[in-house]
Design a protein around this ligand. Sequence first.
Ligand code: NAD
Length: 485
Amino acid sequence: MKVIKNFIGGQFYDAVSNNFLDNVTPSSGLVYGTIPDSDEEDVALAVTAAKNAFPLWSQTSLDLKFQILNRISDLINENLEALALAESIDNGKPLWLARRVDIPRAASNFQFFATALKHYASESYLNPPNVISTTLRQPIGIVGCISPWNLPLYLFTWKIAPAIAAGNCVIAKPSEVTPMTAFLLAQICKDAGLPDGVLNILHGTGPKVGSAIVEHPMIKAISFTGGTATGQQIIRTAGPMFKKLSLELGGKNASIIMDDCDYGLMMKETVRSSFANQGQICLCTSRLLIHESIYDKFKADFTSIVGKMTVGNPLDESIKIDQGAIVSEMHYNKVLNAIQRARDEGGTILSGGAKVVLDGELENGFYIRPTIIEGLGPETRTNQEEIFGPVVTLQKFSTKEEALALANASKYGLATVIWSRNTDHIHFLSQGLESGIVWINCWLVRDLRTPFGGIKQSGIGREGGWDAMKFFTEVKSITQVIPKS
Ligand code: NAD
């Protein structure tokens, strides 16, 4: 049994209540460890540790912060195998995916913000002849970082790295569904020389320890990634307390496939953008909008490729596993219910649509075949609600105007992909899309210097690059009039 502990003030503890939660691996549905069932008492201890650490950390030189963050990055890379294995067991994603994408990207988060903190600049404006206005950005103090289960270490570090780079002390909570890599990160940060109390990691459920973090009056900012409904709850609590909020929420992303695209590249990347990580990436495309002139060809080719995708034990490296397990039993049932609802709404299942039962010890794992559905209009619940699993719908359009209207027919606005080689189409669509991120002829290509995040109900307070550093600071405007000599 793997026993996970909280990390407070540089030490490892069980929850004050001495209560525990089971940690289940989705590949078999079996319990393989426990996590602390933390609550507001653990938050109080973490706040004290963070408060004690803040005066020194906020005054630590850029050089030393740079060295420590880089060392954390190096240690993540050095522990890549152990972290990838932990993430695959916790999350159900294929081991190769955790090794190739999630863990290296977590390392690069720390490396990026190590460098960013050295180049982060304030502004200065001269108003002739003798008025100078400057901005002074200072760390907020104690901040809360709450992350989801789909890219556990990557999204956890995406918050923590800029928060500590900006000089804050952090109370962080990973998802209770995927706690293992955060636990390993605690030891890595200790080994890298991060001072005690700068990063405190609490485990447990959202309603209990997550909301205790949001409610604590000394935690001045909350950076949250997760579902839109949870984001609304956080706003209800943190809004009246005037906390700074960055909320990265759900999505229902479209991919617009024009008939002038590079068909081979589009097909390869559309399979990936639809089903990578079992479709459990907030940036996955779940609504494929296809020009009518290539609809039948696309449907035949896509269905054929997806029908051959392998679903199996995420740790099996003897064959290439395309899809591992869905993250938890609760989410598995949610995705299966969504597929049934699509049938009830009149949709036709072109591929998948069923659970997969593996042999032996894995027979109770949470596996679903990649699923393609057609015949549903934009107003259906299937095309409106986030499913966050290996399920995509196909819709047909005849003009770029119609494609734009379909893409925007959602309360969400996270990411959209455009497949076209026609500059007019690309400009028209990218300017009209109600979407925080637009990818043209690619998917998931990220430059960490650009802001990340969605609009509409996909989020507020965008993160990434300077925006993330700015989010984790308070700004003062200082204006001075230089006396005439
Ligand atoms: P979730 O909202 O259920 O949980 C996210 C985190 O919030 C977890 O750590 C959870 O314990 C905690 N939490 C739950 N209730 C809370 C509360 N009342 N107060 C404080 N914390 C609380 O989301 P999830 O199921 O873990 O993740 C899936 C969702 O995350 C999907 O909607 C997906 O689109 C979204 N997501 C968004 C992005 C993005 O960048 N926009 C990235 C990844 C995932």
